[in-house]
Design a protein around this ligand. Structure first.
Ligand code: FAD
Length: 409
């Protein structure tokens, strides 16, 4: 069996490892679109802060690791894929054919339709090359504008602050991490970063970036220019699927897959950021975090090798360290209706629980690392709360007790 994996990120590498074990007779080829060893994007902020060097981002320590497993590794860019002919063409003209293929090409950052995005000194933070471009300009005391304060934007924020820059964040939403925090939590985060010296401009859009006196002038819809040595852009991502010819594979904000991570085309699977995979508790969604990509890759590969293994669905869960303040969101925190809230603003603590009937279906926390395990256990375990629901509504911080009580029911 000839297996072809497009993409050498966490999803592609995990799939290759799994296939080599699950089908020792098969032959696995991986196509990676970036130079060098396969690496983890989530490690890029640590390169920026100097905690690791570039080799620390490599997904596996041994150089030539995939090749050492007997995998054929091709550094190249997929130009087009023809599912009907089971062939793929690379940009250099090379043709590859396969029996079974995995699409694990991840996503790429969106470039907003704003004049000046192509100027020197305007950069995404997505690849190791981007990290080089940022490091060159993000020196101590440099003026930096960060466009976007979503999950990844806030991870970048942390790294930029550690580099000692003067940071202004411009965010179109009315708060930071709007997809993982409500207004109350967002307000607490705003106070926190402002106290630490970050200028935060929410409900504000960048309208143009110009060169001005050797620096950058960033105009916004609130009027006035922000002067900058560097602009870092983090305003969302889109899946890398443009090479799929004639829309022959179903897509809906990501490649559509079933619970076996198989696409609507018999011999093609998809995994990681590019896939709209099964969510926790029903439904399908793109869940763009590394642990999901790794598990997608593993499960898709087992199915490609002929085993029938369903993906159990990933609990949407994001944990973020913003200059020492830890915020987290779990599951369906925005379910509406039945919620319990506790705000201890003076202590930088916030807890919100969302219930559906007798169960906890989602939560938000700030400053509560102690609750991570209990919240995950209660939501993922679909624990029936019984009398503990009222107790949690009276004091939403008692989640550990509620979880322990459930063991004895
Ligand atoms: C700055 C930053 C910080 C992050 N922090 C976290 C974090 O703290 N925690 C977390 O869980 N996640 C984090 N993430 C997200 C995480 O990196 C992704 O969810 C993860 O990389 C997804 O893995 P993937 O294999 O699906 O895609 P990717 O890692 O994007 O890999 C895709 C692969 O496909 C290749 N490719 C793309 N197009 C083509 C093509 N046409 N031809 C050939 N190859 C192609 C790419 O070169 C790459 O090798 C962060 C991301 C960034 C950018």
């Amino acid at each position: 069996m000839r297996y072809l994996i497009l993409g050498a990120g966490p999803a592609g590498v995990s799939a290759a490892e799994t296939l080599v074990k699950a089908d020792p007779e098969g032959h696995v080829t991986v196509v990676g679109g970036e130079p060098g060893e396969p690496y983890a994007r989530m490690a890029i902020p640590y390169v920026l802060t100097g905690k690791i060097d570039k080799s620390g981002t490599h997904l596996r320590k041994t150089p030539g690791y995939l090749q050492s497993l007997g995998v054929t590794y091709i550094e190249g860019h997929v130009h087009s894929a023809k599912p009907c002919a089971k062939t793929v063409r690379l940009h250099d003209g090379q043709h590859l054919s396969y029996d079974r293929m995995l699409i694990a090409t991840g996503a790429r950052p969106v470039t907003p339709d704003v004049p000046g995005m192509d100027l020197d000194g305007v950069s995404h933070c997505w690849t190791l090359d981007d990290a080089d471009a940022i490091a060159k300009r993000a020196k101590t005391g440099a003026d930096v504008v960060l466009m976007g304060a979503g999950f990844i934007g806030c991870i970048i924020l942390e790294a930029l602050v550690e580099r000692g820059v003067n940071l202004t964040v411009v965010e179109a939403e009315d708060r930071m991490i709007a997809k993982m925090m409500d207004k109350t939590g967002g307000e607490l985060l705003r106070r926190w970063v402002e106290r630490k010296g970050v200028a935060l401009k929410t409900s504000t859009r960048v309208t143009e970036i110009r060169r001005h006196d050797g620096r950058l002038a960033v105009a916004t819809d609130r009027g006035g220019d922000l002067e900058a040595d560097l602009v870092v852009v983090s305003v969302g991502v889109k899946p890398n699927t443009e090479f799929i010819e004639n829309k022959s594979i179903a897509m809906d904000g990501g490649v559509t897959v079933n619970e076996f991570l198989r696409t609507n085309t018999e011999e093609i699977w998809a995994a990681g950021d590019v896939a709209r995979g099964p969510g926790f508790g029903g439904g399908f969604a793109v869940h763009a975090i590394q642990p999901t990509a790794v598990e997608h890759g593993r499960i898709a590969a087992l199915n490609m090798a002929g085993q029938e293994v369903a993906y159990q669905g990933s609990l949407p869960m994001n944990v973020l360290d913003t200059m020492g303040l830890i915020s987290a969101s779990y599951g369906d925190w925005n379910a509406g209706g039945d919620v319990a809230v506790r705000l201890d603003a003076a202590d930088w603590r916030y807890t919100k629980l969302a219930f559906r009937d007798d169960r906890l279906v989602g939560a938000l926390t700030i400053g509560r690392t102690d609750m991570v395990g209990a919240l995950r256990g209660l939501i993922q375990g679909r624990v029936k709360l019984g009398k503990w629901k009222d107790k949690l509504k009276a004091d939403p911080t008692r989640t550990a007790e509620a979880l322990v009580a459930s063991f004895h029911d």
